[in-house]
Write a protein that binds this ligand. Structure first.
Ligand SMILES: Cc1cc2nc3c(=O)[nH]c(=O)nc-3n(C[C@H](O)[C@H](O)[C@H](O)COP(=O)(O)O)c2cc1C
Ligand code: SF4
Length: 510
C-alpha cells in the first residue's frame, strides 16, 4: 500500500503548545497577528516555518495569511538559519552622506532609523538612548499638565471652544499632508458609529525625527493632546502605532499609559499601544489601519476616508504625534499666542550643518534662516549646494532657491512640499545623482507593490539611476504616470527628488 503523506506544512504539536502558552489570550484576536509575531520572534530569535504554522493553527488563520503578513514586514526574520541578526547600518540619506567611505557589500543596511542628528549610524542597536529623562505623570501634572483635559471632561470648557480655538490657530496636520486639524475633527463628529482615534507615531520619512523628540522629551504633552482629541470626538478606543525602531519610546509609553489608566485620566477609553514592524508604508494612514488590524500594510483606496470608515470600519481620526503636541500647546497658551509665535513647528534638520537636530521655528522660515539662526551654519569646508525641504518625498531644491518659505502651499510651486519638515542640507561634497539614487532605492524598497505605476516605476527609476544613461523624456514620462496613477502618496511623491535633479542640476547630466 502507498504511504500517505498529508499535503502542506504540518503542525509540530510541541511548538503549537508553546506558541499557545506564550500568546495567552492574545491568540484569539485576529488583529493582534503582528503583535503575536513580535512575541514569537522575541522568544525564538526568528520565525521558523514550524512557528508560523503553529501560529496559524493557534490563531485559526490560513498559513498563507500568516506567512504573507510576516514576510511583508522587514523586522520579521523569516529564515531558518539566520537566528542572530548581524549589526545593521542605517542607509538613510544623512547617514550615507556622513560616511567618509561607502559601506562594504557585506554590511546589512536598514532604511532611515530616525536618528539623523547622530549620523552616521553604523550599528542601529546603538541608535536609541538607554536612559530616559522626561517628566512623568506626577511631574507633568505638577506643572499644570492635564488641566485642559480635566476641564473638558468636567465640561468647564466646551468642545465648541476647543474646535474654535483650533480653527483660529489654523493648525494643520504635522504628519505630512497638512490637513486642517479642526476640519478633520468636525468630519468625525458628523460620522455615525463607534469612533476611534489613531495616533500616528510611525515616523518613517527619511530625515524625520521630530516625533521621536516629542515622545522622548515630554510624552504627556502628546498624551494630553491625544485624550483631548478622544474626548472631543468621543472615541471609545485609542490606538498608538509606534515604529519599531523606537523601543525606548515603547517603554516610556507602556509605563505612562499605565499611569494614565491608574489615574483614571482615560475615562474608560481603551488605550492600545501597537508596535510597527519596519514598513515605511504603514505611516500612510490607511496602510496603518490595515496594520493595526493585523494585516499587510496595503493602502486602501480613498474614499471612503478614515473619518467615514477607518479601523474595523469605524469612523476614525488619525493624527500625527506632533499635531497632538501642538493641540495641547494651543489650548494651554491660546490660539493667539500660537499665531504670534509664527505658527511654530518642529523641523528635523540634518546633513552638512554644524548643529543637526530638532529645531522649533516659525512656519515659513527659509532654509537660509534655518541654517544660520538655528543650526550654526554650514560645516567648515562645505559650500551649500542643495536641500531636501521635506524628506525623501518632498523634492530637491538648489541652493539659489534659498528664500522659499518652508511652508504648506509655498514649496508646491517648485514641485516640492514641506511634508513632515525633514530638512536635509547638501553641499558641494555631495553627488546629487547618488543622493537621488539613495532616495529612489528607498522608495523601491518600501513600495508595497500593490499598484503597477509605483511598483514598476520605482524599480525602473532605481535601475536607470544605477546603470543607465539618463533618458530624460522617458524619466519624465515615467514620473508623470507615477504621480497621476499611483494609489497612494508614496508612488505619487516618489519621483519628486528625481524631477528636482532633472530640473535644477541639468549641467551635471551632460
Ligand atoms: C507614504 C506615506 C507615509 C506617511 N508616513 C507618515 C508617518 O510616518 N507619520 C505620520 O504622522 N504621517 C504619515 N503620513 C501621513 C498620513 O497618511 C496622515 O496624513 C497623517 O498621519 C494624518 O495626521 P495629521 O493630520 O495629524 O498630519 C504618511 C503618508 C504617506 C503617503
Ligand atoms: S503607490 Fe506604491 S505604496 Fe502606494 S499603494 Fe501603490 S504600490 Fe503601494
Amino acid at each position: 500500500m502507498k504511504a500517505f503523506f498529508p499535503k502542506g506544512q504540518q503542525i509540530d504539536e510541541t511548538r503549537l503548545n508553546d506558541v499557545t502558552k506564550l500568546l495567552g489570550e492574545n491568540v484569539g484576536h485576529r488583529d493582534l497577528l503582528i503583535e503575536n509575531l513580535h512575541v514569537l520572534q522575541d522568544e525564538y530569535g526568528y520565525l521558523s516555518r514550524d512557528t508560523l504554522a503553529a501560529l496559524a493553527c493557534a490563531m485559526k488563520l490560513s498559513q498563507v495569511e500568516v506567512f504573507e503578513t510576516a514576510t511583508f514586514y522587514a523586522h520579521f526574520n523569516v529564515e531558518e538559519k539566520a537566528k542572530t541578526s548581524p549589526a545593521k547600518a542605517c542607509s538613510g540619506i544623512a547617514c550615507q552622506m556622513a560616511r567618509p567611505h561607502p559601506l562594504g557589500p557585506n554590511i546589512k543596511t536598514v532604511p532611515c532609523v530616525g536618528a539623523c542628528d547622530k549620523a552616521p549610524i553604523n550599528d542601529t542597536s546603538a541608535a536609541t538612548p538607554a536612559l530616559q529623562n522626561y517628566p512623568d505623570l506626577a511631574q507633568y501634572q505638577a506643572a499644570g499638565g492635564y488641566d485642559i483635559l480635566k476641564k473638558l471632561q468636567a465640561r468647564d470648557i466646551s468642545k465648541d471652544h476647543i474646535l474654535s480655538e483650533l480653527e483660529k490657530s489654523k493648525l494643520s496636520g504635522m504628519g505630512g499632508a497638512g490637513f486642517p486639524v479642526a476640519r478633520k475633527w468636525r468630519f468625525l463628529l458628523s460620522s455615525e458609529g463607534e469612533r476611534a482615534l489613531v495616533v500616528n507615531a510611525d515616523e518613517g520619512e527619511p530625515g524625520t525625527f521630530k516625533d521621536r523628540y516629542c515622545l522622548e522629551t515630554n510624552p504627556h504633552q502628546v498624551l494630553e493632546g491625544m485624550l483631548i482629541a478622544a474626548e472631543v470626538i468621543d472615541a471609545k478606543d485609542i490606538y498608538i502605532y509606534l515604529r519599531d525602531e523606537y523601543p525606548h519610546i515603547r517603554n516610556i509609553l507602556l509605563t505612562e499609559l499605565n499611569s494614565l489608566r491608574a489615574g483614571g485620566l482615560n475615562k474608560g477609553r481603551s488605550l492600545h499601544l501597537r508596535r510597527g514592524a519596519g514598513a515605511y508604508i504603514c505611516g500612510e494612514e490607511t496602510a496603518l489601519l490595515e496594520s493595526i488590524e493585523g494585516k499587510r500594510g496595503l493602502p486602501r483606496i480613498k474614499p471612503p476616508y478614515p473619518a467615514q470608515s477607518g479601523i474595523f470600519g469605524r469612523p476614525t481620526l488619525v493624527n500625527n504625534v506632533e499635531t497632538l503636541w501642538r493641540v495641547q500647546e494651543i489650548l494651554k497658551k491660546g490660539a493667539q499666542n500660537f499665531i504670534e509665535a509664527g505658527y511654530p513647528r518642529f523641523y528635523s534638520v540634518s546633513g552638512r550643518i554644524n548643529k543637526p537636530g530638532v529645531v522649533e521655528a516659525p512656519s515659513g522660515i527659509t532654509i537660509r534662516q534655518l541654517m544660520e539662526t538655528y543650526c550654526a551654519g554650514m560645516q567648515s569646508g562645505h559650500t551649500f549646494k542643495a536641500y531636501l525641504p521635506g524628506g525623501a518625498s518632498g523634492g530637491l531644491l538648489p541652493a539659489h532657491l534659498d528664500n522659499v518659505p518652508l511652508a504648506f502651499g509655498e514649496l508646491e510651486k517648485y514641485g516640492c512640499f514641506i511634508g513632515s519638515a525633514a530638512v536635509v542640507v547638501l553641499s558641494d561634497h555631495d553627488d546629487m545623482k547618488s543622493v537621488v539614487r539613495n532616495l529612489m532605492d528607498f522608495f523601491n524598497h518600501e513600495s508595497c507593490g500593490q499598484c503597477t505605476p509605483c511598483r514598476l516605476g520605482c524599480e525602473k527609476i532605481s535601475k536607470i539611476l544605477e546603470h543607465g544613461k539618463l533618458d530624460i523624456p522617458l524619466l519624465q514620462e515615467l514620473s508623470a504616470v507615477m504621480q497621476s496613477a499611483s494609489i497612494c502618496g508614496l508612488g505619487q511623491a516618489a519621483p519628486n527628488p528625481l524631477l528636482g535633479y532633472l530640473t535644477h542640476f541639468a549641467e551635471e547630466l551632460k
